[in-house]
Design a protein around this ligand. Structure first.
Ligand SMILES: Cc1ncc(COP(=O)(O)O)c(C=O)c1O
Length: 491
């Protein structure tokens, strides 16, 4: 690496050339092809500062962050209160071994989350350091629970196609994205996938006036086929992220899954890594759908991403099944161990005290400022403005979502819903939006969808800017797709 003297006023100590070289030669960006970083004209996008919903790059250029980091900076940037809570805890005691011990902020946080979570009034909380670990933990917990109940053969899981639940092998196994899965097979055996519940593109009732819940029936059929006594858990997101902010077609969808789990002893896991902590307009996404699962996985917004943390919230009656000091002598060894050893799982950094201090301060802010309520109100405003400005656009097929988790699905032909698969075009769209001061994910993992998932503190004025920018860039997109003639195009 060579040193260079160029620094910028907005990022003291930042040396653009050196940073570029370090990224090109040494940093391994997640899920990113590094080849473009070797092109001489390539300049990496380096953010150095944030406040509210705005972030600044090293040149001092501001951007509205419509991705909230990665669906995660829920309370917004520049929250001194969170930073001070972290500093205070780091000074007092930076770390405690979680294998048998806990810290004051972790215990406080567990107590608060136990009261707040929609899990029948009481919960036990297992801390992790992120979303994949939370999903991994929930799956292991369900499997150990079934073993402890005397069913060691109940190890299958059901999740949904296209869904994203993380990248560790267990979480990857319940992921529903073929391209991400195919490289690493064989994955965890018994991970089965049901169709999505996707009203706009539903193969069962897309043309009918309302969802007929056949998507749920497919889950029930899969359980029957796999054998209800062999399925450990069903894991779903309240609003599915991959595929572009997809809520279920009916408000009864999750209630039916709840009943299925009650009838069969399957553990119902809601993956709220994105939908938790205010995103859908409620503190927890399950509440939005009026359902109480058995287990809720969280991460991201739990600290608004000021520190890495995840939490698995478990219905108390289920956690209590792990409390046995002895087992009958004739039990098979794994069943006896599952019953008497507590939850056989642990992570050095799970529930790190500094991260838990951040989470407590974040939760104070969420409750005092009613950030879920703000997500509900601002989300409704943003959605109605999107519908007014873009509802008739020839390339806007669907506007959907909940709270401040909104998706605009883009189509090649509005009448036929014909999609387009063109990563280059989506990349161009993201660049065009960024050139106009917006960071937006144009998700191409299923049918292309522009995702709007800002910090929950975004203002109405900022929403107006977002809508105006989308209108402008979609006009240009229409030109490129041939649905808008150049004479019509004004943007
Ligand atoms: C629903 C869901 N679950 C799990 C994960 C994995 O979280 P992490 O990236 O923190 O491991 C994600 C990540 O985006 C997610 O969206």
């Amino acid at each position: 690496m060579t040193a260079s003297a160029s620094t910028t006023q907005h990022a003291p100590g930042f040396d653009a050339d050196r940073m570029r070289e370090a990224i090109r030669d040494n940093v391994w960006l997640h899920s990113t092809q590094m080849a473009p970083y070797f092109e001489p004209e390539h300049r990496p996008f380096v953010l150095v500062k944030g406040d509210g919903s705005t972030v600044w790059d090293a040149n001092g250029t501001p951007y509205l962050d419509l991705l909230a980091g990665i669906y995660s900076v829920n309370a917004g940037y520049g929250r001194r209160r969170i930073v001070e809570a972290m500093a205070e805890q780091a000074m007092a005691l930076p770390f405690i071994n979680p294998f048998g011990y806990t810290s004051v902020p972790a215990a406080t946080l567990a107590d608060r989350l136990g009261d707040l979570a929609p899990l029948g009034g009481e919960a036990r909380v297992f801390f992790t350091s992120g979303g994949s670990e939370s999903v991994e933990t929930a799956l292991k917990l369900a499997k150990q629970l079934q073993t402890a109940r005397g069913y060691p053969h109940r190890w299958k899981t059901i999740s949904r196609r296209v869904a994203w639940h993380g990248t560790t092998i267990g979480a990857l196994s319940v992921n529903g994205l073929t391209s991400y899965r195919s490289v690493f097979g064989p994955l965890v055996p018994g991970a089965r996938h049901a169709p999505m519940s996707h009203r706009y593109r539903c193969p069962y009732c897309g043309d009918a006036p309302a969802c007929n819940l056949m998507c749920y029936d497919e889950i029930e059929r899969l359980v029957e086929f796999e054998g209800p006594d062999q399925v450990a858990a069903i894991i779903t997101e309240p609003v599915q992220n991959a595929g572009g902010c997809i809520p279920p077609g009916s408000m009864d969808y999750f209630r039916k899954i709840r009943k299925l789990c009650d009838d069969t002893g399957i553990v119902m896991i809601m993956d709220e890594v994105i939908c938790g902590f205010g995103r859908l307009g409620e503190l927890f996404g399950s509440t939005y759908f009026g359902v109480e699962p058995d287990v809720i996985t969280t991460a991201k917004g739990i600290t608004s991403s000021y520190a890495p943390l995840g939490a698995v919230l478990v219905r108390k009656s289920i956690a209590d099944e792990f409390i046995n000091e002895s087992a009958p002598p004739d039990l098979p060894a794994p069943v006896a161990a599952a019953r008497t050893e507590g939850f056989m799982h642990g992570l050095t950094f799970g529930g790190h005290p500094v991260a838990c201090a951040a989470a407590n301060a974040n939760l104070d802010i969420m409750l005092e400022e009613d950030l879920p309520g703000r997500a509900r109100e601002t989300g409704a405003y943003l959605r109605s403005e999107l519908e007014a400005a873009l509802g008739d656009h020839p390339n806007v097929g669907d506007i959907r979502g909940a709270g401040l988790f909104l998706g605009v699905e883009l189509v090649a032909d509005k009448a036929t819903k014909a999609t387009f698969r063109d990563d280059g075009l989506l990349e161009w769209l993201s660049d065009a939006m960024r050139d106009r001061g917006l960071i937006v994910r144009n998700d191409g993992r299923n049918d292309p969808t522009t995702q709007l998932c800002p910090p929950l503190v975004i203002t109405r004025d900022e929403c107006d800017r977002v809508v105006a920018t989308l209108a402008e860039t979609f006009t240009e997109l229409g030109r490129r797709l041939g649905t808008i003639g150049t004479a019509q195009a004004t943007g």
